[in-house]
Design a protein around this ligand. Structure first.
Ligand SMILES: [Mg+2]
Length: 221
């Protein structure tokens, strides 16, 4: 890829952070803590139902729990209580996809690294802290923290500014068709879409990979 890029900008959830595994860890905790009298077969069904109803994290948690609890007779809990517990505990349960830290470590030797993520500010900060990712990045921006969230171009412009590069010198890596890929592309940033089950492949993406380890095959071209 010649001398391009100078900077790589990453999304967090479902790009670096393995959201499904993280949510499964938290829901297992909830099950053991709040439904100890029920069996483990039901626990797995409870977790999978939650993941199906949660729209990759974009659903309102109270509404998600309401739908999940309605589905299982005999589970007595308040959706509001479980949703609040979820928000309080998710950052303690997060894990990265395999090899993410090795990849970031290698990339940070050569490239400026940025992160742009949406979500509740203190929860996103807390997730990044639990994962120990902060030290790899030259810029971390959370939508809503003094800058409009993705897909606004404002947050991409601010990231480029903090990384000290032009749009043509950066590449955006993310899973979301609109918030990561379309939005970055609109700003003139080349894009790498992480293939996933939640979104269809965006037409405008420049490269497609299955996980961040495969970035090297693009960068070495
Ligand atoms: Mg994402």
């Amino acid at each position: 890829m010649n001398s391009f890029p100078h900077a790589i900008i990453f999304d967090l959830d479902n790009t670096l952070l393995d959201r499904d595994t993280s949510v499964r860890r938290l829901l297992t905790q909830q099950w053991l803590q709040f439904f100890p009298e029920h069996n483990c077969v039901l626990k797995d069904a409870f977790i999978e139902k939650f993941l199906r109803e949660d729209n990759n994290g974009y659903s309102n948690k109270v509404e998600t729990y309401t739908r999940v609890l309605r589905h299982f007779e005999g589970l007595t809990a308040e959706p509001e209580f479980l949703a609040e517990h979820f928000r309080g505990e998710i950052s303690n349960c997060v894990v990265c996809f395999e090899s993410v830290k090795d990849v970031l470590c290698k990339l940070s030797d050569t490239y400026k690294l940025g992160m742009i993520t949406n979500g509740t500010s203190d929860i996103q900060r807390s997730k990044i802290n639990t994962l120990g990712l902060e030290s790899y990045f030259d810029s971390i921006l959370i939508g809503g923290e003094g800058v409009a969230a993705k897909p606004s171009g404002e947050i991409f412009e601010k990231s480029l500014e903090q990384l000290g590069v032009k749009a043509s010198q950066a590449i955006m890596v993310g899973d979301h068709d609109v918030n990561d890929i379309q939005a970055a592309s609109n700003c003139g940033i080349k894009t790498v879409w992480i293939r996933n089950k939640y979104y269809a492949q965006p037409e405008c993406c420049d490269y497609v990979i299955s996980n961040v380890s495969e970035l090297f095959s693009i960068l070495d071209r």
